[in-house]
Ligand binder design. Structure first.
Ligand SMILES: [Fe+2]
Ligand SMILES: [Fe+2]
Length: 145
């Protein structure tokens, strides 16, 4: 069975985890220019990842595998929650509010872990099974311009 979707989306989850850790380090150090840059990178990476899932992976999966509709709805709801936190993070960084920014990152980190665990354990393997011919093409969107 192809595992292109699980492999590539998991690798992108790890990339986002590293960016989050980098943001946390810069914020904890009070290095505002670097923290600003790091959080911009984190927000862009997460937005990109959510967008590929919502615009490509999830609709293609739902089309061939109706059972996936419910878990997809839950995943999209969690993306919405995380996007709200990214807006709060932007504001806290702009205001140079270190405790707020670190608190938001902590919450975000927790939500991402729960979310990615469900995708990597259930939804992405389901997509690999349902879309064996499409995995590589879909995953390529994670890195396309
Ligand atoms: Fe997701
Ligand atoms: Fe994901």
């Amino acid at each position: 069975m192809s595992s292109a979707i699980t492999d590539r989306f998991t690798a992108d989850h790890h990339r986002c985890d590293h960016l989050l850790a980098e943001s946390e380090r810069r914020l904890a150090a009070g290095d505002w220019p670097a923290a600003g840059e790091a959080t911009v990178g984190l927000v862009a990476a997460l937005e990109r990842h959510f967008a590929v899932e919502e615009a490509t992976l999830f609709p293609e999966l739902a089309q061939v595998f109706r059972v996936a509709e419910n878990p997809i709805e839950i995943m999209v709801g969690e993306h919405t929650q995380m996007r709200a936190l990214l807006l709060d993070l932007d504001e806290a960084v702009a205001a140079r509010d270190q405790p707020a920014a670190l608190g938001i990152l902590e919450t975000l980190h927790f939500l991402i872990q729960q979310h990615n665990c469900k995708e990597e354990g259930i939804l992405h393997p389901m997509a690999d099974g349902a879309l064996p011919e499409r995995g590589t093409a879909i995953a390529t969107r994670l890195t396309e311009d």
